[in-house]
Design a protein around this ligand. Structure first.
Ligand code: PHB
Length: 388
């Protein structure tokens, strides 16, 4: 009798510990919390925490546990952390990824472990093709560069010099902008690239000034815009008559206010502005600022916020089942309103479909904002669309 009772108790303990394990859904959130992309890590971490605070940590009867790891902005570290999170922590989902090389380095692990990889920041078009388990809530550079090219040619800009950071998203920005601009009838005088790590913009800015284009089209990653603008002014390009046009990564909400009045009037294209006019966005900006000492949310933050929404909604659809293939299937085609506007996940490509806004930097209530003045609705990644 005693032995039977003991056995039953032991079995129960086993079952309940297994049940506890199953009742928690672990999300491995890998972000650059330090290093060159630290502002991206800070923004996404804050947005993920805000989402959980607003929506609770129980979804479809499961407890959500976010395990945050700092990859120090180094892709080899991202890969090692992803491996450890899958093997040791048994995470059901990998998320984050502040840089394209970090997202790409993780893709084989996602494939092998059959674990969804939710890309919240990186923007190179090919990332979603690196694994059938990648789903993206950020953006692609072609999404913003093609509308920027179209606007530029329509508005009297005929000769352009491009200047991009020399890695995946920069090359996508250069290529997609140039192809569209030339197809419309424009001329690309020169295509300049600067290194991702510790960039010195002075030599390329000199080349750009010497080429005397109507406009300089620029992509630098989130966090590098302020330094670029500083050198743009130091080289006197603000007084050269050469217009500055850009992807919204350059006039990033995170740094825009500190760039000074020299950026007033800069036209750029992007998916999110803290100034986006919707009730949902106003509530988002207020709550984000309140929780983060007045920090203004940027486009990276919404990638994180929407990434959490994607995970929560997918878990609801699977009734808490964390099978990777079922989760990815549940993510395909999901559509919702984000602080940036309406968005959805393309069921064919697992990439985000979103509005792109043409914006002009302007003063609003004494602060600098990207003020949206035109909307291109429901933009699919143009690179993948062209392959069809
Ligand atoms: C990227 O690494 O894909 C990336 C990083 C920062 C950006 C855009 C793209 O602002």
């Amino acid at each position: 009798m005693v032995r039977r009772a003991l056995f039953a108790a032991a079995t129960l303990a086993l079952i309940s510990s297994a049940a506890v394990a199953q009742d928690t859904v672990k999300i491995g959130l890998i972000l650059p919390m330090t290093g060159q992309q630290a502002s991206t890590g800070k923004q996404i971490d804050a947005a993920v925490k805000l989402y959980v605070a607003q929506h609770g940590n129980l979804v479809a009867g499961k407890k959500i546990e976010v395990i945050l790891k700092d990859d120090t902005s180094v892709p080899d570290v991202t890969k090692r952390l992803a491996q450890e999170l899958v093997v040791n922590d048994k995470v059901a989902i990998l998320a984050g990824f502040g840089l394209t090389p970090s997202a790409l380095a993780t893709a084989p692990i996602a494939t092998q472990a059959k674990v969804p990889e939710v890309v919240m920041a990186a923007g190179t078009s090919t990332i979603t093709e690196a694994s059938p388990f990648v789903v993206r809530t950020s953006f692609t550079l072609a999404q913003s560069s093609v509308p920027m090219a179209e606007w530029a040619f329509k508005n009297g800009i005929k000769k352009v010099v491009t200047m991009v950071s020399d890695f995946g998203p920069g090359i996508d920005a250069e290529k997609s902008f140039s192809e569209k601009f030339k197809a419309d009838g424009g001329t690309i005088i020169e295509s300049l690239r600067v290194p991702l790590r510790s960039p010195d913009f002075a030599p390329v800015l000199q080349k750009a000034a010497d080429a005397k284009p109507d406009a300089l089209f620029v992509f630098v990653p989130s966090g590098a815009g302020a330094q670029f603008v500083k050198q743009f002014v130091e080289r006197g390009l603000d007084k050269s008559g050469i217009k500055l046009i850009a992807t919204g990564d350059v006039t990033d909400d995170d740094q825009l206010n500190g760039m000074g009045d020299v950026v007033v009037g800069v036209i750029n294209a992007h998916n999110y502005s803290a100034n986006h006019d919707s009730a949902l966005n106003k509530a988002y900006v207020d709550a984000f600022k309140k929780a983060n000492n007045g920090l203004r949310p940027n486009f990276m933050s919404v990638g994180g916020y929407d990434g959490m929404h994607l995970i929560y909604e997918a878990l609801k659809k699977t009734n808490g089942n964390t099978d990777g293939e079922k989760l990815v299937a549940a993510m395909k085609g999901l559509a919702w309103e984000s602080p940036r506007g309406p968005i959805s996940i393309d069921p064919e490509t697992r990439d985000i479909i979103q509005n792109i806004y043409i914006r002009k930097v302007d003063k609003v209530g004494g602060e600098l904002y990207n003020v949206e003045f035109a909307t291109i609705p429901n933009v699919r990644d143009p690179v993948k669309a062209a392959k069809k």
